[in-house]
Write a protein that binds this ligand. Structure first.
Ligand code: BYC
Length: 343
C-alpha cells in the first residue's frame, strides 16, 4: 500500500482560508515564546536551522517532502539508467552516466538534509522499499526509445527545475542549500536533453517521428508531476504559510507550460494538446484537462512500472549491503587507529 509515512497531524486548511493563516495551537508559555520566535523568523523570510525549535507539524511536513524528493531522485535514476548500455555514441553514454550519477548525488544531499530533522536514512529507505513512502509519479512510466532520454532531460528535468528553483528559498536552511547545487545540475540535465533532441530533429524522418512520439507520451505526465490542482492539494496551505513552497502547484504548472511552448516551436515538435493556445487576456497559455484519475492510480502504486521500479530499487539496496558493511568496517578501523594515535 502507498500511504503517507509522515502525515501532518490535522488536515491542512484550503489555501487562502482563515484557517490557513491561523496559528497552530500550543500549550504553555515556553511553547508560546518558541512559536513566536519561529513565526517571526518565517515572517521575516529567515531560515530555520536544525538546532532551532520548530513546530512538530513543520518538522513532519519537511521530512515528508524532503524524503519524497530524495526517493524521487534515486528512483529517477532507473528509467534513464536503462539506456546507459544502449546509448547511441560514447559521448551520449558519458553524458547519460554523469546525469544518472548526479541524480544519485541529489538523493544523497536530500537524505542528509532530511536526517538533520531527526529521522534516519534507514527509516526513510525502509519506508520507500516497503511502499509506505511516495516518490514522483513521473518515474513509473517506461522509457521506450532513445528519444525518451532526451525528452526526460528536456521536459522532466525542465519541470523539476521550475518546481525546485523556488525551493532554493525554502525556509529550512539545509533543504534550501541542497537545492542550490541540485538546481545547477538539473539545469545541465535539461540542456543536454534539449540538445540531444535538437540533433535528432535534424536527422532522419524516423528520428523526428521518434522524438514526437516521446513528446506525446511524456507531455501530460509532466504536467501532472506538479501535483494535484490547488483546490485538491491538502499540503499546499501550510507549505506556503511556512515558506517551504513559494508557489502553488497550478502556478508552477502554468509557468512550465508558458516556458515550454516556445521551446517546442524551436525544436519543431507539436505538444499533444488541441486546447493549448495563447490567452491574451490572461497573458498565459491555456491548456487542456489533465487526467487526474490516471495520476492517482500511478501515485497509489498502480502505474505501468511501479512494481518494477520498486523491485529494482529493493534489489539494488540488497546488492549494495556489502558496500555499506565494508564502509562501516573501514570507518571503525580508522576511528580505532585515530584513537590509538591520539593516546
Ligand atoms: N507524484 O498536497 P500536495 C526529479 C502527492 S525529482 C507523487 O500538492 P505537496 C528528477 C503529495 O506528496 C522530482 N505524489 O503535496 C529526478 C501528497 O501526498 P502526501 C521530485 C505526488 O507536498 C531524477 C499528495 O499528492 N520533486 O525531478 O504540497 C531524474 C497531495 O499533494 C505528486 C520533488 O519532490 C507526484 N507528482 O506538493 C530527473 C520536489 N504530486 O505526501 C528528474 C519537492 C503530489 O500528503 N516536492 N503528490 O501523502 C514538492 O515540491 C511537493 O512535494 C510537490 C507536491 C509539488 C511534489
Amino acid at each position: 500500500m502507498y500511504t503517507q509515512s509522515f502525515s501532518v497531524g490535522d488536515a491542512a486548511p484550503a489555501l487562502g482560508t482563515a484557517a490557513a493563516t491561523r496559528p497552530i495551537p500550543f500549550t504553555g508559555e515556553e511553547e508560546a515564546r518558541k512559536l513566536a520566535t519561529f513565526d517571526a523568523a518565517i515572517a521575516n523570510d529567515g531560515r530555520i536551522e536544525p538546532q532551532d525549535w520548530m513546530p512538530d507539524a513543520y518538522r513532519k511536513t519537511l521530512v515528508r517532502q524532503i524524503s519524497q524528493h530524495a526517493h524521487s531522485e534515486i528512483v529517477g535514476m532507473l528509467p534513464e539508467g536503462n539506456w546507459i548500455s544502449r546509448a547511441p555514441s560514447l559521448k551520449r553514454k558519458a553524458i547519460l552516466i554523469a546525469k544518472v550519477q548526479d541524480e544519485g548525488g541529489h538523493g544523497l544531499y536530500l537524505y542528509s538534509a532530511a536526517e538533520t530533522l531527526g529521522t534516519s536514512r534507514e527509516q526513510m529507505l525502509d519506508d520507500l522499499h516497503t511502499g509506505r513512502a511516495k516518490y514522483s509519479s513521473i518515474f513509473n512510466y517506461p522509457t521506450l526509445s532513445w528519444a525518451d532520454v532526451g525528452v526526460i532531460g528536456w521536459l522532466v528535468d525542465g519541470a523539476a527545475i521550475m518546481n525546485q528553483i523556488p525551493l532554493c528559498r525554502c525556509s529550512y536552511g539545509p533543504y534550501a542549500r541542497a537545492m542550490v547545487r541540485v538546481c545547477k545540475e538539473e539545469s545541465f540535465h535539461q540542456r543536454q536533453g534539449y540538445e540531444s533532441l535538437l540533433v535528432m530533429m535534424q536527422g532522419t524522418d524516423a528520428q523526428r517521428a521518434m522524438v514526437q512520439d516521446a513528446v506525446n507520451r511524456w507531455w501530460w505526465k509532466c504536467l501532472a508531476m506538479f501535483g494535484p490542482p490547488d483546490a485538491d492539494s491538502p499540503n499546499s496551505a501550510l507549505g506556503m504559510r511556512w515558506g517551504i513552497k513559494r508557489f502553488t502547484n497550478d502556478d508552477l504548472r502554468q509557468k512550465f507550460v508558458d516556458a515550454t511552448v516556445p521551446q517546442a516551436k524551436v525544436l519543431g515538435v507539436t505538444l499533444p494538446d488541441p486546447d493549448l493556445k495563447w490567452n491574451e487576456e490572461r497573458g498565459h497559455y491555456d491548456y487542456g484537462a489533465i487526467d487526474w484519475d490516471e495520476f492517482w492510480q500511478t501515485v497509489n502504486g498502480n502505474g505501468p512500472c511501479n512494481k518494477e521500479r520498486l523491485a529494482t530499487r529493493v534489489k539494488a539496496h540488497a546488492d549494495g549491503a556489502w558496500v555499506r558493511e565494508a564502509a562501516l568496517a573501514h570507518a571503525r578501523k580508522q576511528a580505532a587507529r585515530n584513537a590509538k594515535e591520539a593516546a
